[in-house]
Design a protein around this ligand. Structure first.
Ligand SMILES: NC(=O)c1ccc[n+]([C@@H]2O[C@H](COP(=O)([O-])OP(=O)(O)OC[C@H]3O[C@@H](n4cnc5c(N)ncnc54)[C@H](OP(=O)(O)O)[C@@H]3O)[C@@H](O)[C@H]2O)c1
Length: 268
């Protein structure tokens, strides 16, 4: 695989450092990370220089891609310093709720911007990132964005930016729902009188193992569920309750709707 082109990463926190780790595996030529926190210095290594702010970048440095991974509330203060790359670089923003138009407004000019929504399993290269390419993005730059984002898992594209609101609700927030399920399974074990350590390991390994099975199998989640559910058996009894009056599907639909609306509000 050819080495990645020169990169500039703004924000080396959870998401930024996960991306950087993936790029290291793909082969970095030259990368600068801008992050003022003392902990970010640990990201330095072969080909990677960590600086506290944009003014420390070498004068001639022209990144091919700039990845914006600061918190959305930092964007107004942080982004204008990178406007000087707006005419020459591809920008990839993973900031939740920041539209292509809003980011372009902070950079000035007519920059090529890909807006992307990753999720936290990116930390173990098992993420799903859904991306939208702004009007100025060429197909070659879209390919570069796909390559950079694929460093932390699967990549999918949407052709309408508004779709990133339900994407944020489903895959962006999705890990939280799965972790909640894990917590609820553990609590249910405790409620049934199981020892705490046993309840914890059962809940964790059931979620981890089910995800592994889903990943390894060619079957649909529905088929895998049916395979566990003998007619008249124990699982069927639990599912009967979970799905009574459509209870779980209804609450799930309403929850995703609420999160989608919140994402719309935050992007407005
Ligand atoms: N975590 C998720 O599930 C998730 C999912 C999708 C998208 N995102 C998006 O990813 C972005 C980063 O999230 P995160 O969870 O990685 O946040 P994070 O861990 O807080 O990382 C942000 C980093 O940026 C640094 N920073 C602050 N001001 C800066 C500046 N002016 N220039 C450069 N770096 C600066 C922060 O340093 P200090 O800590 O010292 O402030 C921190 O190290 C956010 O916009 C978020 O919306 C996150």
């Amino acid at each position: 695989m050819t080495a990645l082109p020169s990169l500039l990463l703004i924000g080396g926190g959870r998401m930024g450092s996960a991306l950087l780790a993936g790029w290291r595996e793909q082969g970095l030529s030259q990368a600068f990370v801008i992050d003022p926190s003392p902990g970010a210095q640990s990201l330095a290594g072969p080909g990677v220089t960590v600086l506290k702010d944009a003014s420390q970048l070498p004068a001639g440095f022209m990144p091919e891609a700039v990845v914006l991974a600061v918190k959305p509330q930092m964007a107004d203060g942080a982004l204008p310093a990178y406007g000087r790359f707006a005419a020459t670089a591809l920008f990839i923003s993973i900031m939740a709720g920041k539209t292509v138009r809003g980011v372009a407004g902070l950079l000035g000019g007519a920059p090529a911007i890909v807006r992307a929504m990753p999720n936290t399993p990116a930390a173990v290269r098992q993420g799903i990132t859904v991306a939208f390419a702004g009007a100025e993005v060429s197909s070659a730059r879209r390919d570069l964005a796909a390559r950079l984002l694929a460093a932390v898992g699967e990549v999918a594209w949407v052709e309408e930016e508004a779709m990133l609101d339900p994407v944020t609700a489903i895959s962006g927030g999705g890990p939280a729902y799965v972790f909640l399920l894990t917590e609820l399974l553990e609590q249910a074990g405790l409620d049934q009188g199981l020892p705490a350590g046993l309840a914890r390991i059962m809940a964790r390994q059931t979620v981890i193992g089910s995800a592994g099975l889903l990943a390894a199998s060619s079957e649909t989640p529905e088929a895998l569920r049916v395979a566990v559910t003998s007619p008249g058996g124990t699982t069927a009894e639990a599912l009967k309750l979970l799905r009574a009056d459509d209870a779980l599907p209804k609450i799930f639909k309403a929850a995703i709707q609420a999160a989608t609306e919140r994402s719309r509000e935050l992007s407005a």
